[in-house]
Design a protein around this ligand. Structure first.
Ligand SMILES: O=C(O)CCC(=O)C(=O)O
Length: 270
């Protein structure tokens, strides 16, 4: 996939692009089956609602080794629709994934993600420059009712804000404070909900402010995230680094795979 000049300019202006149904229904069905398969496996790359309970976040499905490896997710992460778009927007062909994760926001109970910037946490991982971009792929229909993602247009232009540790929801994270957010939401265009049919995707700058709401619906809401970094921008050493599944040290540049690679993928045995 080749982004147009207008799309690149829009990304520069807003900090994100949204692609309705970028991945086909058949591809989504394969990816969804893989999430279901891998979620049954015992692995420290899977964060569960409670011990032995349903998976909340599954990491590291994009590699070709390890318990959570998936051929289909590996192919999606290397498709020109994801990796190619990231290469173009970051202006570098040498990219790797800082991490890949699937967030399953459980029906009724799945809680909000407070407003944050991904680079809030990733800078603390030892990454110097905000030269990362994330592609989020909706594996279920995303609606405002089921806790879709919201992106604040243009918010990446003000750089990184000093984050604080927010553990007020089930997804504890480095968030941006309520006072700063009140001020920003008043000054920026309204946040954009990333809604749409399964297969819809959004790519967003690591300093873009984003959040998501509670899943009030009766169905789980599943979304996959590919967080691309420039190999040249890989993390420096830090004290108490986070685990490899969330702060990858596989800094080999990823190579593009054919567009039908998800459809032709095979299961990687655990
Ligand atoms: O899955 C979601 O609802 C939000 C995820 C998110 O904001 C993140 O991973 O940074």
């Amino acid at each position: 996939m080749q982004l147009t000049e207008a799309q690149c300019a829009q990304y520069e202006r807003d900090g994100f692009l949204i692609f309705p149904e970028l991945f086909s229904a058949q591809e989504v069905a394969i990816l969804r089956d893989e999430v279901e398969r891998v979620s049954q496996i015992e692995s420290n790359c899977i964060i569960r609602e409670e011990t032995g309970g349903p998976a909340k976040t599954i990491f590291r499905m994009h590699e070709d080794d390890g318990e959570t490896a998936s051929g289909a997710v590996r192919a999606a992460a290397r498709s020109s629709r994801a990796l190619g778009a990231a290469q173009q927007l970051l202006g570098d062909d040498e990219l790797y994934l800082h991490h890949c994760k699937v967030n399953v926001k459980a029906a009724i109970q799945g809680s909000a993600w407070p407003w944050h910037q991904d680079f809030g946490a990733w800078h603390l991982d030892g990454i110097a420059e905000p030269e990362l971009t994330t592609m989020a792929v909706m594996l279920d229909e995303a609606t405002e009712f089921n806790g879709c993602l919201y992106l604040l247009p243009g918010s990446h232009h003000e750089g990184r804000h000093q984050p604080y540790w927010d553990d007020s929801t089930a997804y504890s994270l480095w968030a941006v404070g309520p006072e700063t957010m009140r001020n920003k939401i008043a000054r920026y265009p309204d946040p954009i909900p990333v809604t749409g049919a399964p297969g819809t995707a959004a790519i967003f700058h690591c300093n873009n402010l984003h959040a998501s709401g509670h899943n009030l619906s009766a169905h789980d809401r599943c979304q996959m995230y590919f967080c691309y970094n420039r190999v040249a921008n890989h993390p420096k050493e830090v004290e108490n680094p986070r685990p490899d599944y969330v702060r990858s040290q596989n800094w080999q540049p990823m190579t593009l795979e054919p567009e039908d690679a998800i459809l032709r993928s095979t299961v990687i045995p655990a």
